[in-house]
Design a protein around this ligand. Sequence first.
Ligand SMILES: [Zn+2]
Length: 222
Amino acid sequence: MNVYFSGSLNEFSGCLNYFCVKTRNFICLLMICLLFCAFTYTPHSSPMFSRNTFIIIALFFLTMFTMMLVNPIPVRAQLQIAKLWLQPLPSANSLPNPVPKQRFIDTWGAPRGGGRKHEGVDIFAKRGTPVVSNIDGVVWKMENNRLGGTSVWLIGAGGAFHYYTHLHKYADIQLYQYVKQGQVIAYVGNTGNARTTPPHLHYGIYVNGKAINPYPLLNKKS
Ligand SMILES: [Zn+2]
């Protein structure tokens, strides 16, 4: 993800980048072939566009359409993600607590093992406490990684990635499913490098491949 979304991408290139992620080589080849055909076509005059311009535009849309169809992500989810991407990023105090009513403090940047810094918020709660999605979003990834243990990534407004980790287990969710704000997605645990700590949710937000502090965005009263 850090590779795909690094730098300051605007919304359009972000969307385009997203659509290309899984099929980049195929798309490049297709584009080159199609543009070659378009440019070598004999031109004819037309009142609005030259025939070549028309063909290039048509091929562009055809390519976009093909990209969507060959992408392993279901088209429905692709469209939902594109729509989310065009919405503004979350603002201060706008996100509900993913573990409702549980207190948390700002530990952004606190030192962690291996010279790392804390890139999120820890919300402590009993094992098995439901974790709710605090956004409308699409399930981007469900994985078991070394640091986080059982983890869920959601993609939400503005193309921000929301990371819920150290989970005990998942709720009834599937990859690329659309989840509504307030829907239970998992349960609090202490998997990954949290196995020696009390159960808690580590919640992180990533924008353009970089972690941002979720604390100012979370509503402390929820
Ligand atoms: Zn943490």
